[in-house]
Each structure stands twice: as structure tokens, then as C-alpha cells.
Design a protein around this ligand. Structure first.
Ligand code: ZN
Length: 376
């Protein structure tokens, strides 16, 4: 039992022993296989220490990732560590300048990354919806490379998922790549939040004939995994589960309650803000208790107000993501799809469990009910 009140038997962590493995540094396909990646930002040093090294890895993001990676590696020598280039966050791709290079050539940039990162990632800028000239320019340059340690990054504005002919173009470019892909979507809120985009997202992974990583995903990363993604990379807080537009300006935090973390509830396949649970769910009934190694039986809605509490919530997310992934290790795509279908059904079943506890009805998450629960 991971939580009181709700129970999804299909998300019970696997108790199978996963043999230790060395980090397949420089071998993209080997390193990506059978690992759950964590997108780690502000709390990267602590989060890295919590990750299951035999079945996981970290993609470090943010301005200080390059400065911190050496100490994180020294503290966690068996952990796969990949650093996301700044270009994905801060550069706008054009057909003349699809990349933001830190060296004279693309190859030189990737070599430089390999001094600290287990894999290199093309420093592709953000690609505006429908800008196929920029997308194809990036593909053309990446395909000139002859190396096995590189991921071709496509940071694409979420509008690429809104039009069927854009989706088709995107899939065509992916399928012409010589390299595995790191695919991520850009939006100031949730890039894949609508049912239309969630369907399109699944279609990309279903139709891709090249290995693709679902990068900066939320739990939709598991839907991608069930439909052909080689791996997914999921973050512990909202801005690690998307890319903000390159010219985005973040607002300050005025209400301390805004510091309340979003908590992963694997049984529900849902990430819910602590404040929402405290105010909307458990204002007058006993809260759900969590028995993960971080919470150890404490109320799941207890965290709010300051950065320390927020990080405890993010640590809960890291260990619960590894627990959720544990039963995927070693499965092929058909096995992953069957497991995901069972987990989705189990997640739908947690709603009546929670409703009985609360004494009122709840709105079922529409992507769970109308996208993930449908076979395609
Ligand atoms: Zn917990």
C-alpha cells in the first residue's frame, strides 16, 4: 500500500530486483533503453541522489546545470547524467540559424558537451508552429553528423500538435533523422493539455520509426512509452514538464500558498497541487496519507508555504515516478501498452474510492478518461 483511501493495484511498485548497470556513456540507444529520466532543475543535487540508478537517469536543465554536473556526478557515479543545452530554452530557430552553438561547428559544440554529459544533444532553438524551413534546416545539419552519442533535439511550439498537417510534417522529419530524437513541446502553460493535442502527441510516438524520447513530459510520458517512445523524461515541478517560450517572463510569487508543490499520485495517474487537496478534497475529512520513503505515512496535502516544503514534495515526486516506472523495466512496447491500459483502468477506479471518502462526486481528468483510456 502506497496511500490510504486510494488503491490502484496495477501501479504497485515492482519488487523484482534490477541488476546494477554501468552508465552507457556515449551510446545513446543503450543508455536510453529501460530507463526513466527525471528532468531536474532547481533541486537537482538532492533529486539526483534519489533516482534509481539501474533504471533511471537525470536530464539536468537550467542556467546552472553545466556548473553543477561535475559535483552531482562525483556524488552519484552510477547515475546517467545528461545536460540539456541552453538553446532549447533561450534560442529561436530560423532556417539560417537553427542552432545556438557554443563552438565554431555543430560537431565541436557536441564534443564540448561530452566533456560533462553522458550524451550530446543538438542545441536546437525553438521551432515556431509550421516553420518547416527551420525544422528541416536543423534536420539537414544534424544528419551530417556521424556519431552514436547524440540526440537530435526538436523543441517545438505546441501549435505543431494542433493541426493534422503539422503533425504529419513533424512525423516525416522525425522519420528522416539519423539520430534518436529528444522531442519536447513549448507553451507557457501545458503544451499537451487539450484532448486534441494529447491525441496528436500519441500519434507522433505511434508513427515514429526512429527512437524518440518524450522530454519534459508529465504523466503523458507513460502514454508515449506505451505507444513506442524509447523513454520519457518527466520533471518534479511544472516548468520542468514543458518548455516556456524563449521570450517568456516568469511572474514572482506573491502568495506563500503558491509555493505549495504539485504532488504525484501514481494510483490516480495524476499530479495534484497540495493546496487543491487541502482546500478542495480534505477540508473536512482525513487526508490521504503517503507511505513513500519521503513522506513515511504523513498527510499528502501537508506541504505548502516555503521552498523547503516545496522541495520535499518534489522529492516525493521523484521516488514515486521511479516506483511507477519500476514495472515497465524489461517490457517491450506491447507489454508496456498492456500495463498502461491496466494502470489507466485502475486510475479510473480510484475516483469512486476517493468519492466515497469525500462523500461527494469528483470530475474525472478528461485526458485520462477520454484519451489514455481509449485504444488507438
Ligand atoms: Zn510521499
Amino acid at each position: 500500500m502506497s496511500f490510504t483511501v486510494i488503491n490502484n493495484p496495477s501501479t504497485t511498485p515492482s519488487s523484482l530486483f534490477i541488476p546494477p548497470r554501468t552508465v552507457e556513456s556515449g551510446d545513446a540507444l543503450a543508455l536510453l533503453s529501460d530507463r526513466q529520466f527525471h528532468v531536474a532543475g532547481r533541486n537537482m543535487s538532492v533529486e539526483a541522489s534519489l533516482i534509481e540508478t539501474a533504471a533511471g537517469g537525470a536530464i539536468l536543465v537550467g542556467d546552472d546545470a553545466v556548473a553543477k554536473v561535475a559535483s552531482i556526478r562525483a556524488a552519484n557515479p552510477n547515475l546517467a547524467l545528461v545536460v540539456e543545452p541552453r538553446a532549447l530554452r533561450k534560442h529561436l530557430a530560423t532556417d539560417a540559424q537553427p542552432f545556438q552553438l557554443s563552438a565554431a561547428t555543430l560537431g565541436g559544440d557536441l564534443d564540448r558537451q561530452r566533456m560533462y554529459s553522458d550524451l550530446a544533444i543538438t542545441p536546437t532553438g525553438q521551432i515556431r508552429a509550421g516553420d518547416s524551413a527551420a525544422l528541416k534546416a536543423a534536420l539537414r545539419e544534424a544528419n551530417k553528423l556521424d556519431r552514436t552519442d547524440t540526440l537530435f533535439a526538436i523543441p517545438a511550439f505546441a501549435g505543431w500538435l494542433s493541426e493534422p498537417h503539422y503533425v504529419k510534417q513533424l512525423i516525416a522529419v522525425i522519420n528522416h533523422s539519423k539520430h534518436p530524437l529528444l522531442l519536447t513541446f513549448i507553451d507557457g502553460h501545458n503544451p499537451v493539455g487539450s484532448m486534441k493535442r494529447a491525441h496528436a502527441y500519441r500519434r507522433v510516438f505511434q508513427e515514429a520509426s526512429v527512437p524518440v524520447v518524450a522530454h519534459r513530459a508529465d504523466l503523458i510520458g507513460f502514454d508515449a512509452l506505451a505507444h513506442g517512445a524509447i523513454a520519457s523524461a518527466i520533471g518534479s515541478y511544472p516548468t520542468t514538464r514543458r518548455l516556456n517560450p524563449f521570450d517568456h517572463r516568469g511572474g514572482g510569487v506573491s502568495d506563500p500558498e503558491d509555493m505549495s508543490p504539485h504532488m504525484l499520485l501514481p494510483d490516480m495517474l495524476r499530479i495534484v497541487r497540495s493546496t487543491h487537496m487541502r482546500r478542495e478534497w480534505f477540508a473536512s475529512v482525513t487526508p490521504i496519507q503517503c507511505f513513500c520513503v519521503i513522506c513515511r505515512g504523513a498527510d499528502v496535502d501537508r506541504l505548502h508555504e516555503d521552498e523547503t516544503e516545496r522541495r520535499i514534495g518534489h522529492n516525493h515526486n521523484v521516488v514515486n515516478l521511479d516506483s511507477l516506472y519500476s514495472s515497465y523495466v524489461g517490457l517491450n512496447t506491447a507489454g508496456r501498452r498492456a500495463l498502461w491500459a491496466d494502470q489507466v483502468q485502475g486510475a479510473l477506479d480510484t475516483y469512486p474510492q476517493l468519492e466515497a471518502h469525500l462523500g461527494r462526486s469528483l470530475v474525472v481528468d478528461s485526458i485520462l478518461e477520454k484519451v489514455w483510456a481509449k485504444a488507438s
